[in-house]
Each structure stands twice: as structure tokens, then as C-alpha cells.
Design a protein around this ligand. Structure first.
Ligand code: AMP
Ligand code: ZN
Ligand code: ZN
Length: 402
């Protein structure tokens, strides 16, 4: 008898404990520009933004590229502090390369200097899962969500949703309460056809329908009203064309330099004794770009404080591309009408943040929010302490919560 009462009490306490842990599904639509939501073609997303919270835009961190920003969202840190300073970069002290497409480097935890939300959550006893997210598949066990999928670009979108629904059906002990998801569609179509094309509108509609499907599936398992769904994007997109290309290597004839960065921004490492000379030359030729010495880069970029960032930083004017001889060849041979990576203050680079769920306000509109503030927001939802060394600030975003 005594034993039975003990079991009942234990079961009751575990039920009430599980009820107090919220659920958050963080969905990223790569390259979904803020204004794509205002085109009148997104009924399912409109429903979320009208019923829940809706930010005018989500300001990315610099550089407005995929890996740096996905990692800023889950760590609350600027790229200069979390270490993923570009999609591809080199450790100039060892010549080791970090590369988005290279599974060995993206799974090596030594590059990731931040603590991702899934690590913070798991340390606090909260189960997490990831159906793709940069940084989620590192080989070091305690730095990963307890459930994760290795990135597969062509994995059908519906099977990603079915996979997440399956995780939500796991017994409570194994069920993740924080889940990340990723869809590349609007980035790929934005690059290929540009942000003002019929093709990007079809891509926007595809993702919208997918959210419709997800809602139906969540409803079937009685989860629709108990999960917080947060939909974000890592950056926006702007139109580019082959008439707006500057080959920086032409300006630097005769100098031996290393190039880093990607077309909308470029980083340059001259020989040690030639840094000032190369800077002056680039400054004299400054046209449709800005050049800065790393030490003089305006603070708002937060892109000086990492030893792997080269000595000179060039940022192209919106819509322009900076290349060297080898990337000029590639660009001329590819058909590309959109890009991102520019100044993160430019609104074309801004993404979205909308959400709905028990912890989020209803019918709430706000202005632009910053992506580094999402990590402390997640910590607040789960009532756990964020890391003390983050750049994000809860007070800039907390008002989205009930
Ligand atoms: P970009 O437009 O160059 O900034 O990067 C977008 C690309 O990043 C997408 O087309 C994906 O192929 C790739 N990508 C996104 N997430 C991952 C991931 N977790 N692992 C590997 N590649 C990824
Ligand atoms: Zn992206
Ligand atoms: Zn992209």
C-alpha cells in the first residue's frame, strides 16, 4: 500500500514536472528576407504572425552569411566571439580550413567557441534535438543536441517535418523540448533568380505550404497549442548582376596578399610590412566599397576581435561584388541574381522573426529585433541561466513573452 502511494506520488510529480517544461520549435528559412512576408502569398505564416508575435525584421550579425548567423542565433554571440567568422575561413596560424561543405571541419568542435542553446539546455536537464542547424553535428557528445540529423541538402522537406513529429511522439523521458529545423529553399532560389523573381515567390509559397502541413501534423498529435513555434531567418537577399563586379586583385597588382571572405565582403592579409601601403592603395581606389583596417572597423560591425580575421576588411556597396582573379572566373561562369553578406544594417540583409505559442504574446507587433538576442530569449522561456559572456541582451527582446 505504502509502495503504491509512493509510485502514484512519483508519477504525479513527474507529470507536473513535464508540464512545466515548455516546448520550442525553432525553424530557420535560409535567406527569407523580411519583406517576403508582405507579398500577400503566405496565408499560413500570416496566421502565425497575426495570432502571435511579429517583428518588422530580424537584424543579422556581420557578415550576413549563413553559418555565422545561424551560430549567432543559437549562441547569442557575434561571429567575432563565437568563432564562425565566415562560411569558409582559414586559421592563419596553422593553415587549417573551416568550410561549410566539408563535413570533417564542420563536425570539429574546436572551431565553435560559443555555447549553443542546446548545450545550455542539456546542461540544465532539458532534452534537445536538431533536424539540421550549423554547429549541431559536432563530434563531441556534450556539445551536440541529444538527438540530431547529419546535414543532407536534398532530404525532402516533408520527411524533416515527419521526423520532428516522430520525436514529439517519443515517451516524455526521451522527448525533446527544444527542436531546431532548417530549410534552404529561399536562399537557393534567391541566389539563382533574385529576390524579385517569380521563382522566389514560388519558393516562399512552398515554405508557407510546408508550415500549413506542419500545423496539421502537430494538431493530429495534440501538440499544436502546446508548442512555441519560432520562425526565423539568418539574413535576407539583394539583387546582384555581372555589371557590378570589382576585381580587387587588379588594384593590388604586384602585392602578395591572402584573400578571405566572400563577394559582398572581402578580407585581405598583405605581407606584414605592406599592410599600410595596401590599405592606402585600396583607399585611393575606394569606389562601390569601403575599406577598413581591422583595428579601425566601426564598432557596430563587431568584426575585429578574432585572430583569424585578416588585417583589412572590405565591404561592398549593396548589390556590388568584390572578387579576385579566381572568383571572377567563377562568377562570370555562373548565373546568379542574388546575394547576401553585405552590411547587416542594410534592410535588404534583414530576415524574419515570427512566432506563436503558449509563452509568446498574442497579436503582438514590434520593430526590428537582433538575432543575438534570441539565445537569451530561449533561456528565459525555459527559465534557465544564459552564459554570462554573450553579446545578446534579454531586455531588447523579452517583451515578446507573455
Ligand atoms: P550561403 O548562402 O553560402 O551563406 O549558404 C547556404 C548554404 O548553406 C545552403 O545552400 C546549404 O547547402 C548550406 N548549409 C546550411 N546548413 C548547413 C549545415 N548544417 N551543414 C552543411 N551545409 C549547410
Ligand atoms: Zn543563409
Ligand atoms: Zn545564401
Amino acid at each position: 500500500m505504502k509502495k503504491n502511494i509512493f509510485i502514484i506520488l512519483f508519477l504525479l510529480s513527474s507529470i507536473s514536472f513535464s508540464q512545466t517544461i515548455p516546448y520550442v520549435i525553432l525553424i530557420s528559412f535560409d535567406g527569407f528576407r523580411w519583406d517576403y512576408l508582405n507579398r500577400g502569398i503566405t496565408p499560413n505564416l500570416d496566421q502565425i504572425k497575426n495570432e502571435g508575435v511579429n517583428a518588422l525584421s530580424l537584424r543579422p550579425s556581420f557578415p550576413s552569411k549563413t553559418f555565422p548567423n545561424h551560430y549567432s542565433i543559437v549562441t547569442g554571440m557575434y561571429p567575432e566571439n563565437h568563432g564562425i567568422i565566415a562560411n569558409n575561413f582559414v586559421n592563419p596560424f596553422t593553415n587549417e580550413v573551416y568550410k561549410l561543405g566539408d563535413t570533417i571541419s564542420v563536425r570539429d568542435s574546436k572551431w565553435y567557441l560559443g555555447e549553443a542553446f542546446w548545450e545550455t539546455a542539456e546542461r540544465n536537464g532539458i532534452k534537445t534535438a536538431s533536424y539540421f542547424w550549423p554547429g549541431s553535428e559536432v563530434k563531441t557528445d556534450h556539445r551536440r543536441p541529444s538527438i540530431y540529423e547529419k546535414y543532407e541538402h536534398n532530404r525532402p522537406y516533408k520527411s524533416r517535418i515527419d521526423g520532428v513529429v516522430k520525436w514529439l511522439k517519443l515517451p516524455e523521458k526521451k522527448r525533446p523540448h527544444f527542436i531546431s529545423m532548417y530549410f534552404h529553399d529561399t536562399d537557393s532560389y534567391g541566389h539563382k533568380y533574385g529576390p524579385n523573381s517569380p521563382e522566389i515567390n514560388q519558393s516562399i509559397q512552398r515554405l508557407d505550404s510546408l508550415i500549413g502541413y506542419f500545423k496539421i501534423e502537430l494538431d493530429k498529435i495534440n501538440f499544436l497549442d502546446s508548442v512555441n513555434i519560432l520562425i526565423v531567418s539568418d539574413h535576407g537577399m539583394t539583387e546582384i548582376n555581372t555589371n557590378r563586379i570589382i576585381n580587387i586583385e587588379n588594384i593590388l597588382c604586384g602585392y602578395n596578399v591572402k584573400f578571405g571572405g566572400e563577394k559582398p565582403f572581402m578580407t585581405i592579409e598583405p605581407e606584414k610590412n605592406e599592410i599600410d601601403e595596401v590599405y592606402e592603395l585600396l583607399k585611393q581606389n575606394e569606389n562601390h566599397y569601403k575599406v577598413y583596417k581591422k583595428s579601425e572597423l566601426p564598432e557596430r560591425f563587431h568584426y575585429s576581435n578574432h585572430p583569424f580575421i585578416y588585417s583589412l576588411i572590405l565591404i561592398a556597396e549593396n548589390g556590388w561584388s568584390l572578387v579576385n582573379d579566381s572568383s571572377f572566373e567563377k562568377m562570370n561562369n555562373s548565373y546568379s541574381k542574388g546575394n547576401h553578406g553585405y552590411d547587416n544594417n542594410h534592410t535588404d540583409m534583414h530576415g524574419i522573426l515570427i512566432g506563436k505559442g503558449p509563452n509568446l504574446k498574442s497579436n503582438f507587433k514590434t520593430g526590428t529585433v537582433w538575432n543575438i538576442d534570441i539565445y537569451p530569449l530561449l533561456c528565459k522561456i525555459f527559465n534557465i541561466s544564459p552564459r554570462s559572456n554573450i553579446d545578446g541582451k534579454l531586455e531588447r527582446i523579452e517583451f515578446l513573452l507573455k
